[in-house]
Design a protein around this ligand. Structure first.
Ligand SMILES: *Cc1c(COP(=O)(O)O)cnc(C)c1O
Length: 380
């Protein structure tokens, strides 16, 4: 069986988790602080705040910005549902705009059209690790005075060229970037998330909000020679990462450059192996973008039934996934205000499939996947 994805975890991670367990401090503590420093250094961010997952990271980002009822947040429907849900958690209104068909990312022209007087923020997703057109989206945000947040859940290790220099996603290029360390992403802590920002005041708010808005964190009280009573300043949350997760995350971060290099090699090879099939549309990487290839997504010709192709591949021992979901098509968003045309998003969901890609994938397995897919395309 060739899986769709496989995390790369080894003795280094197991030993780090063991050391954290045996240290006697297993909740948010010194490993979390060290993971934040390592992550900030890697992506070039002034501040990084670790949390329990990317969904809570996105929720904290919007909460720290006081986004709430009456506010509109422009984002894509074509994303994992957490992107839209975090807007609803705050009582704000998600306004869905369409994607560009070849990158599966937010179309900057559609963002410009969707701005209203109620627009407070834009959540731009780097879908499947492919950087979205941040320069164009940031220009729209600046022109209208709205906040830009990056949903970089899939994009640890992806890069974007800014003024001639390659910079990692997370620097950040918007006001805040949010990452996920779910096993389906390029590096994992089991569950985990991170917020990066250049704004020290926002970083301070994230740290308060993730820990019940407690005025003095437990780490400080624990080490204090004097008795300290804490206050609870606002309604906060328990969105902490544990030290066990952070210890694993630090080892995963060390592997990140190598993991991305391997995924990029696999993606190039898919492009080589599948490039001569006219009816198959391959994902494109703009010249200012360098994807970590969290997923490799191909567009089937309309004449082929997506589910049948996926089942035929599964029968041959190959796991695939259908194209990224569209939140507006889910029952829970049936009452959502659908002002904008989302036909590219729907078409991408209905006609794309994600192929297996993971660092340990052998060249033979990849060739087998490409051959089986070609076989499907030959059938009428
Ligand atoms: C995975 C994912 C999330 C949610 O991340 P979790 O860490 O699982 O909460 C959010 N947005 C996008 C685009 C994702 O792919």
């Amino acid at each position: 069986m060739i899986p769709i994805a496989l995390p790369l975890l080894g003795d280094e991670e197991a030993d780090a988790a063991r050391a954290a367990v045996l240290s006697g401090w297993v909740s948010q503590g010194p490993q979390v602080a060290a993971f934040e420093r390592d992550f900030a250094a890697l992506v070039g961010a002034p501040h990084a705040c670790a949390v329990s997952n990317c969904t809570t990271a996105l929720h904290l980002a919007l909460t720290a910005l006081d986004i709430g009822p009456g506010d509109e947040v422009i984002t894509v429907s074509h994303s994992f549902i957490a992107t839209a849900n975090c807007i609803r958690y705050c009582g704000a209104t998600p306004v869905f705009v369409d994607i560009e068909p070849d990158t599966y990312n937010m179309d900057p022209d559609r963002v410009a059209e969707a701005i209203t007087p109620a627009t407070r923020a834009i959540i731009a997703v780097h879908q499947m690790g492919m950087p979205c057109d941040l320069r164009a989206i940031a220009a729209v945000a600046d022109r209208h005075g709205v906040i830009l947040i990056e949903d970089a859940a899939c994009a640890a290790g992806s890069e974007i060229r800014v003024n001639g220099h390659w910079e990692r996603v997370g620097k950040p290029h918007g006001l805040i970037a949010c990452f996920s360390f779910h096993p389906r992403k390029v590096i994992t802590t089991g569950e985990g998330g991170m917020l990066t920002t250049a704004d020290p005041e926002l970083d301070r708010k994230f740290r308060l909000l993730r820990q019940h808005s407690m005025s003095v964190p437990d780490t400080v009280r624990h080490g204090s020679p004097r008795v300290i009573f804490e206050d609870y300043l606002t309604i906060g949350f328990n969105y902490r990462m544990t030290d066990i997760q952070a210890a694993v995350g630090r080892k995963q971060l060390e592997r990140l450059p190598e993991l991305v290099a391997r995924r990029r090699a696999l993606a190039s090879r898919y492009t080589e192996l599948l490039g001569n099939i006219e009816s198959l549309r391959l994902p494109t990487e703009p010249d200012w973008a360098s994807s970590n290839w969290q997923s490799y997504c191909v567009r089937l010709p309309n004449r082929l039934d997506q589910r049948t192709v996926m089942q035929n591949l599964l029968d041959r021992g190959i796991a695939t996934r259908r194209g990224i979901m569209c939140s507006h098509r889910e029952p829970t968003y049936s009452d959502a205000d659908q002002r904008h045309d989302l036909r590219q998003s729907e078409s991408a969901q209905d006609h794309s499939i994600l192929l297996p890609i993971y660092a340990q994938m052998s060249n033979d397995d990849q060739l087998y996947v490409a051959d089986c897919l070609k076989g499907q395309l030959r059938q009428v």
